[in-house]
Write a protein that binds this ligand. Sequence first.
Ligand SMILES: O=P(O)(O)OC[C@H]1O[C@H](OP(=O)(O)OP(=O)(O)O)[C@H](O)[C@@H]1O
Ligand SMILES: O=c1cc[nH]c(=O)[nH]1
Ligand SMILES: [Mg+2]
Length: 209
Amino acid sequence: MGNVFVLDHPLIQHKLTHIRKTETGTKEFRELVDEVAGLMAYEITRDLPVMEVEIETPVAKTKSNVLSGRKVGIIPILRAGLGMVDGVLRHIPTAKVGHVGLYRDPETLKPVEYYIKMPNDIEERELIVVDPMLATGGSAEDAITSLKKRGAKNIKLMCLIAAPEGVEQIKQAHPDVDIYLAAIDEKLNEKGYIVPGLGDAGDRLYGTK
Ligand SMILES: O=P(O)(O)OC[C@H]1O[C@H](OP(=O)(O)OP(=O)(O)O)[C@H](O)[C@@H]1O
Ligand SMILES: O=c1cc[nH]c(=O)[nH]1
Ligand SMILES: [Mg+2]
């Protein structure tokens, strides 16, 4: 069964509180999501392998570690996942980015796929699927299924806020996928929104409401 990690670092928790607040405007919301994604990337990449290389400092020759070349892919679920890409790329600039376009039908709450474009070597990459919200879990479940159909073998899911229902859904559907979160909230409301959550992540990132 996949593991669920709630990243309770004080900086992440502090920034998430401001992200949630209604009075936080689009510019600040976008900046904070970017910052939290960067901080979460630091935790999610903790197990990347390193290797020792010889280097020369101005003072002496020495041996020191560098990343040993495992390839990473960042997979935002459009639209809201786009807000987390740059924060991760800042720490892993060699990562490639694949896009999955999904929207959640407001009546059925089922995801509808409208776009997909992947790097051509996803089977060799460690993939980090990013989306601020894991509500029913339907969007992340479908995105991960799409990646597996295209050969992906090593997938992690990184979201800011999850509902318990979404976490359960991913654990059942994709037990091999570890989930990294900044918070697990109380529940979903009757419209499928996370309570207390932060509202509609895509609308708040891009000012569409
Ligand atoms: O877990 P689920 O119940 O599937 O809900 C979560 C999805 O809903 C939101 O996207 P939305 O459909 O609002 O699209 P957007 O990113 O374009 O705003 C969010 O960014 C997730 O992708
Ligand atoms: O609370 C929620 C649920 C789905 N999508 C969002 O953006 N917010
Ligand atoms: Mg979406």
